[in-house]
Design a protein around this ligand. Sequence first.
Ligand code: TAP
Length: 501
Amino acid sequence: MPRIPKSTALTKRAPHAEALALQFGDAWAYAPAPETTPVTVKDRYDLFIGGKFVKPSSGKYFPSLNPASAKKLTEIARGSARDVDKAVVAARAAYAKTWSKIHPRERGKYLFRIARMIQERARELSILETMDGGKPIRESRDIDIPLVAAHFFYYAGWADKLDYAFPGKTPNPIGVAGQVIPWNFPLLMAAWKLAPALACGNTVVLKPAETTSVTAMHLAEIIREAGVPDGVVNIVTGPGDTGAALVNHPGIDKIAFTGSTEVGKHIAKTLAGTSKTLTLELGGKAANIIMEDAPLDQAVEGVINGIYFNQGHVCCAGSRLLVQESVYPKVLRKLTDRIETLRVGDPLDKNTDVGAINSKEQLGRIAELVDSGVAEGADLVQSNCRLPSKGYWFKPSFFTGVTASHRVAREEIFGPVLSVMTFRTPAEAIDRANNTCYGLSAGIWTDKGSKIFKMAGALRAGVIWANTFNKFDPTSPFGGYKESGFGREGGVQGLMPYLRV
Ligand code: TAP
């Protein structure tokens, strides 16, 4: 069983939260509204190599669980180094024979077709994403899958316009790209990787995360039905070893990795001295900064969106909250009240705000870090929501009394846990926000445009949101500073890693 933090016993509930509960009672209890559209989950999913679904050479499969019930959802093929080799050979052949030869406009047509088919199957893909990964259906239906289609549409448009993207230069594809993605936005990360690579004329071998491979295999079906030439996209599922086999394969020209900083560093060391190019999208410890002149209700809602929706399973989650001292009591009160009203439960219910934690291992990591926060002297506040008896869950939580040296202020929690700190001046806010080894994103909440510009220029983060948080668009580049990685995905900058210009 996952470890439940000892600290749960220390949970505090603010007196006004009690009053709210008394006043509204069951007003917060919505009737269940589960998604009922039937979807087909296969008993097992094979590898997708050379345009065909093929069995893994080892004959082995591993279970993929629904984290909301901890029950087996399906079985996924365990790809080995041999399978990776077959996929790379298929991708190389497709690169040489078809994909690098056809007119760029034709490549664009395939991508447009994929985008439209994703839209047609959006409901099915959303439900599968939620069942396999535990994220609320509201998130997968309204954010992930529309963005997946939008990425394919956007890069489809670039396929025959690369000369305009880099005027006066001659952009050429790199060759075969190996792409390794994490479990928090399974299909969206696949789209971020596949769409620009294919638009630029590369062929691909993709390795999805072990716990969330289902939607990638449904995307493989779409790619096949769209008539994409065999071998242009290959998907090899499996654990970290499979990813390592892909990274190490001599037939790969470029590696694009999204995942933890630890694995990213390991990959960077492995590729040092080789001719393979590399882009890394790694962890984060974003600060959301609330200035005293900010619209506080909107700011608190933005903070809630930034850390609790999607269970904090977001690399750019606003897991640190910096509040100007003069408004700290007000913000704290609003935050305490708001986490009481978050609905945690069935991810397939459209009223759910916070779904299931992706895996038992991840729940254990969150619990361990929360325990460390309590042991180091921070104060834990948790929602009093009831958690389902089966599956993997964590209550929306935040720490006050956090210092910069606490692990909860430094390490990526990747769960619905916020660390709240205060500051007095904008300069102090910037120092605190930048006091991290990461630099993926940040948020500023203020009424003054001049403060936004001044602070944004001083924050060392790849993405900075002002008076909003966690907003994505295929036209905007995304990526990190420092240990959050290098290279950009999205926008015209997202073409660069897949081209020799
Ligand atoms: P990782 O453990 O790093 O896993 C990421 C991917 O790499 C998975 O497919 C994993 O396979 C594979 N992998 C593991 N060891 C490998 C190795 N030695 N060589 C090659 N591939 C290997 O991260 P995670 O726990 O899945 O994801 C959470 C992390 O991703 C967080 O730190 C988060 O911040 C980061 N993330 C960053 C971004 C951006 S855009 N910066 C976006 C999403 C997530 P298995 O799944 O089978 O272990």
